[in-house]
Write a protein that binds this ligand. Structure first.
Ligand code: G1P
Length: 288
């Protein structure tokens, strides 16, 4: 029996330096793809995977994220008065139930491992998910749902993975693979952002994880890794002897919305997937 997963961590304290100047005063997780901010896609994906408790690891200047998941009494009142029911539903439907959203503060940007560690008191001794909102995934069922199904079979730690060109290994956590059936790969080690000539494979972790609480025992040590940061990848690698690690090649398409090109392409792809927008967008793209 694997431990059930009902809590998810959303590390949102990053500075968004790859997306300046847009992210000077707007958190990168609030950047919209079509008409929804990235963080809303992330929470909806988590909810659809059975997550009931949502934990933001947040920082200074990020209050817009919490506001987005709170009632906007004036706006709701105005929409109700004007009979704008669809618009009203669009700002109410995604709100988590009272008490389901919590925030902890990461005072300094010390790395993804540190961000996850900051939530340890709220996670306790439970298995949990981590979603990085700037990895936006178009998939049906959602990527985290697919991972939960695999997790129910294999347990341990599970991350979403995809093959990347070898020259890109220095952007990702990379698997040292022992077995691989083309869909699920088991790793005997993991390396954070190795150079192409040192990478043990080209199978890369992208921003979805299902993790066991044992990870906190390693993160407690606050050891610095690649880039001088406390890395989640190092903690997962260190626990492999006790907690098996599997990478799932999910079905779907991932957009790196932390980078400008990926973000633009995501907007086009999500607009083309919308019946109300596709014809106009397609026509405009053709004329470009
Ligand atoms: C983080 C992780 C890395 C992972 C990546 C996925 O890196 O450290 O292992 O491959 O997310 O997006 P970051 O993109 O925060 O530098």
């Amino acid at each position: 029996m694997v431990k059930p997963v009902v809590k998810a961590i959303f590390p949102v304290a990053g500075l968004g330096t790859r997306f300046l100047p847009a992210t000077k005063s707007v958190p990168k997780e609030m950047l919209p793809v079509v008409d929804k901010p990235l963080i809303q896609y992330a929470l909806e994906e988590a909810r659809d995977a059975g997550i009931e408790q949502f934990v933001f690891v947040t920082g200074r200047g990020k209050s817009a994220l919490e506001d987005h998941f709170d009632h906007s009494i004036e706006l709701e009142h105005a929409l109700r008065e004007r009979g704008k029911d669809a618009e009203l539903r669009s700002i109410l439907d995604f709100l988590p139930p009272p008490g389901a959203l919590a925030s902890v503060h990461q005072h300094e940007a010390l790395g993804l491992g540190h961000a996850v560690w900051c939530a340890h008191a709220l996670i306790g001794d439970e298995a949990f998910a981590v979603i990085l909102a700037d990895d936006l995934i178009m998939a049906e069922p959602g990527c985290l749902r697919q991972m939960m199904d695999v997790y129910a079979e294999v347990g341990g730690n599970v991350a979403a993975v995809e093959d990347v060109p070898r020259e890109h290994t220095n952007r990702y956590g990379i698997l040292d693979v022992v077995t691989d059936d083309g869909r699920l790969a088991r790793a005997q080690g993991l390396v954070e952002k190795p150079s192409p000539d040192e990478a043990p494979s080209t199978l890369s972790i992208i921003g979805r994880y299902v993790l066991q609480p044992e990870i906190f025992r390693h993160l407690d040590r606050q050891q610095r890794g690649a880039g001088g940061e406390i890395q989640l990848t190092d903690a997962m690698a260190a626990t492999i002897p006790d907690v098996p690690f599997h990478g799932l090649r999910f079905e779907g398409q991932r957009f790196d919305c932390g980078a400008k090109a990926g973000f633009v392409v995501a907007n086009v792809a999500f607009a083309l997937a919308r019946p109300d927008l596709a014809p106009a967008v397609r026509e405009a793209l053709d004329s470009l």
